[in-house]
Design a protein around this ligand. Structure first.
Ligand code: ARG
Length: 570
């Protein structure tokens, strides 16, 4: 249990022994010179029990034992207090050896996280990176708190691109068995690479936009793939497999590790069952099947949710409803989180309403849309390539890689690997740093600076700490001493449990980014003020090294929650 939670329990007991009922929160002090922490219950209790808050505060502090020092009452009844050195040292040793000391575990739910969302046979773009980074981090945080979490990439493997690519293949190999409707045997393996697909797709797309017949064919094929026409489905399945290996390699680079690799195509087989559940609420409108999802006090217009188009095919929303059906059946989750671009929020509000109204999910299952904002260029508009198309993720990574390469010493051992890890660290830290719902401006030079709120700054601090530890490697780490050079760092470490919990409850990794930045600042100040290696008092030196170990372990563990890999030298 964290020190904060443990102390809150202790304080709650005191309050109930005094005959009151109130939940205490121990928070960081707004005036650290008066005490590192404070509790503000005296004021709310005074109201509740019609007493003087100062009297209540005095009652409480009269019961406190020697775990606290410098206890005092300020203003109308704020109780300020600090932990004794003994308590601090014990807790710091715990934290050094076990990161779980910061974690007050939850009851343990089953949560599916839908993130990633790359589209088969198309390049990942910057929006896919946000989903990947945020999703992976909140998944790791939720796991840390004892939930059983399933990350699903939910591949966009159905849609126009199937028709595009198959129609293009038809031009290349018109006599292929895939197009013979009477053929019943096994199909050959196609001989295409992801590069080929990358050339075929734009070629098809340009042709289709200039030629109505071609567009008609693309639509027809797309529909038949969905309906399961054998040759088309098999050809498309092979194309998806080819592009999946490419998609996987990008997600590997971003340290994203999905538990399942389902896609929209996997949901297709559940559409009939899903429609059975929706049936009582469906009605026909202009040949399409729709469902009303209005609710009484709606402030904006909720048009009916279209489930089946007039040509009989499904919509994006239908496949998401079928995916919900599939997830309930396979995982029976307590919650499903969707890490998706803000611009799709309304689609999902519709889907969620449809799912609850029809009973596809019970009210007890929480469907949560975790939207994210846009990555903009310096001009404040969505980040684009020079020719105005959406920025492919690989190009974005290269932009950062160029900046980082300039900064890493030529003769550094394992240089390529360091550059790669630093590049990804730079990108991910910058991406996770702003609150997920807000847009941010992508500035490669700023993000890759070794100073400021950047990934390289954090990594540099860690590398510096690791290097001191390497040079003094024969000590037994133990913390048994606190002085004013390090007290602030220990207070910061005590605060981690609250920050971690906030990042978990709000699904906001940015809180952790801010936290390690502040921790690094405090450590760097200490490092600049004190010459650790030359400290002559051996016990002091040992404590400073142990503090360094503690800070390094903390940074490493938080980086791991952000899915950022560390380096040893830079
Ligand atoms: N493939 C979609 C896109 O690129 C994102 C998928 C999001 N997840 C979902 N369940 N629809 O926009």
């Amino acid at each position: 249990m964290s020190l904060i939670r443990d102390t809150e329990k202790y304080l709650n007991n005191i309050i109930s022994d005094l005959g009151y009922e109130e939940e205490v929160s121990l928070i960081s002090s707004s005036v650290p010179s008066l005490g590192k922490f404070q509790i503000n219950v005296a004021m709310s209790m005074a109201k509740k029990y019609h007493k003087n808050p100062i009297d209540i505060a005095n009652e409480i502090i009269s019961k406190l034992d020697n775990r606290f020092v410098n206890v005092n009452i300020a203003g109308p009844g704020f109780i300020n207090l600090s932990f004794s050195d003994n308590i601090i040292c014990n807790y710091m040793n715990d934290c050094m050896n076990n990161f779980n000391s910061h974690v007050d575990k939850d009851e343990g739910k089953t949560i599916v996280i839908d993130y990633g969302g790359a589209n088969a046979a198309k390049a990942l773009h910057v929006g896919h990176m946000r989903s990947a980074n945020i999703g992976e981090s909140i998944k790791r945080i939720a796991k840390l708190y004892g939930n059983s979490v399933i990350g699903d990439v939910h591949l966009g493997d159905l849609g126009r691109q199937a028709g595009m690519l198959i129609s293009e293949y038809m031009l290349m190999e018109p006599n292929s068995l895939f197009f013979d409707e009477n053929y019943l045997g096994d199909y050959p393996k196609i001989n295409l690479t992801t590069k080929d697909l990358g050339v075929m797709y734009p070629r098809a797309s340009i042709s289709a936009s200039n030629d109505d017949e071609r567009m008609k064919l693309v639509r027809e094929i797309t529909k038949e793939v969905e309906e399961g026409r054998r040759g088309y489905s098999e050809l498309w399945r092979q194309m998806v497999e080819i592009s999946k290996s490419d998609i996987k390699s990008v997600y590997d680079r971003l340290n994203c590790d999905f538990d399942v690799w389902y896609g929209e195509m996997d949901s297709i087989k559940y559409i009939p069952d899903t429609l059975n559940v929706l049936r009582p609420y469906l009605y026909e409108s202009d040949g399409a099947m729709v469902m009303d999802i209005k609710e009484e006090d709606d402030k904006k217009e909720y048009p009916p949710l279209m489930v089946i188009k007039s040509d009989g095919s499904s919509k994006y929303e239908t496949r998401d409803l079928a995916t919900i059906y599939m997830r309930m059946k396979e995982f029976n989750p307590d919650e499903i989180w969707y890490v998706i671009d803000n611009r799709q929020e309304f689609n999902f509000l519709q889907v969620f309403r449809g799912a609850y109204k029809s009973g596809l999910v019970p009210k007890s299952c929480k469907l949560d849309f975790l939207g994210f904002g846009t990555i903009n260029g310096i001009d404040g508009k969505p980040f684009k390539t020079r020719d105005g198309s959406v920025m492919p993720l690989n190009d974005l990574i290269e932009l950062i890689k160029n900046e980082i390469t300039k900064k890493v010493k030529e003769d550094l051992p394992d240089r390529d690997n360091v550059i790669e890890n630093l590049t990804i660290c730079t990108l991910k830290y910058a991406d996770l740093f702003s609150y997920r719902k807000t847009d941010y401006i992508f500035d490669p030079a700023k993000f890759s600076s070794f100073d400021g709120k950047t990934g390289p700054y954090i990594m540099y601090t860690l590398v510096r700490g690791k290097s001191i530890l390497r040079n003094n490697d024969s000590i037994k780490y133990n913390i048994d001493y606190v002085d004013d050079n390090i007290r602030n760092i220990y207070t910061k470490i005590i605060e981690l449990s609250s920050e971690l919990y906030k990042s978990y409850i709000n699904k906001s990794p940015n809180i952790l980014c801010e936290y390690i930045y502040n921790l690094c600042n405090l450590y760097n100040k200490f490092y600049n003020d004190i010459n650790i290696s030359n400290e002559r008092d051996l016990n002091k030196k040992n404590n400073y090294l142990s503090l360094t170990k503690l800070v390094c372990n903390t940074i490493s563990n938080v980086l791991n929650l952000l899915a950022i890999k560390e380096v040893d030298r830079m």
